[in-house]
Design a protein around this ligand. Structure first.
Ligand code: HEC
Length: 103
């Protein structure tokens, strides 16, 4: 998928499917936890093209890894650069560390 049409398709489906929940719970205006840490940098780099980077607290511990892998599929279908295995680990670790719910 390339170019403007692909972007619009993803943007629209994202808005339909997640727009509301991400905006309410993970307001893009709220700073990310440890916003200068490597994990937060990865989140901003890899997770902000299609929707606002989500706040880690919107999911519980243990849930993020699968979501990151699903998002990696979205990224690949969108023709974006792959994340490396270590980037996926680091990003999932960061999200999990600041996730909601009890430890
Ligand atoms: C190529 C576009 C794209 C990128 C980049 C992207 N996402 Fe998404 N995201 C989507 C789409 C499309 C949906 C709605 C469908 C779905 O949930 O799979 C979504 C939904 C979500 C949701 C809400 C659904 C849920 O299970 O809570 C979260 C949270 C999320 N993304 C996190 C991330 C994270 C973390 C990253 C970075 C690793 C990321 N996204 C990068 C396209 C993208």
């Amino acid at each position: 998928m390339s170019g403007y049409l692909g972007w619009v398709t993803v943007a629209i489906s994202t808005m339909l499917l997640v727009g509301c929940s991400l905006e309410n719970e993970g307001s893009p205006r709220k700073a990310l936890p440890e916003s200068n840490s490597p994990g937060a940098q990865l989140l901003k780099k890899f997770c902000s093209n299609c929707h606002a980077p989500p706040q880690p607290a919107i999911h519980n511990h243990g849930e993020w890894k699968n979501i990151v892998l699903r998002m990696e599929d979205h990224r690949i279908m969108n023709g974006e650069e792959h994340m490396t295995a270590s980037q996926i680990e680091q990003l999932s670790g960061y999200l999990d560390k600041h996730a909601g719910g009890s430890r």
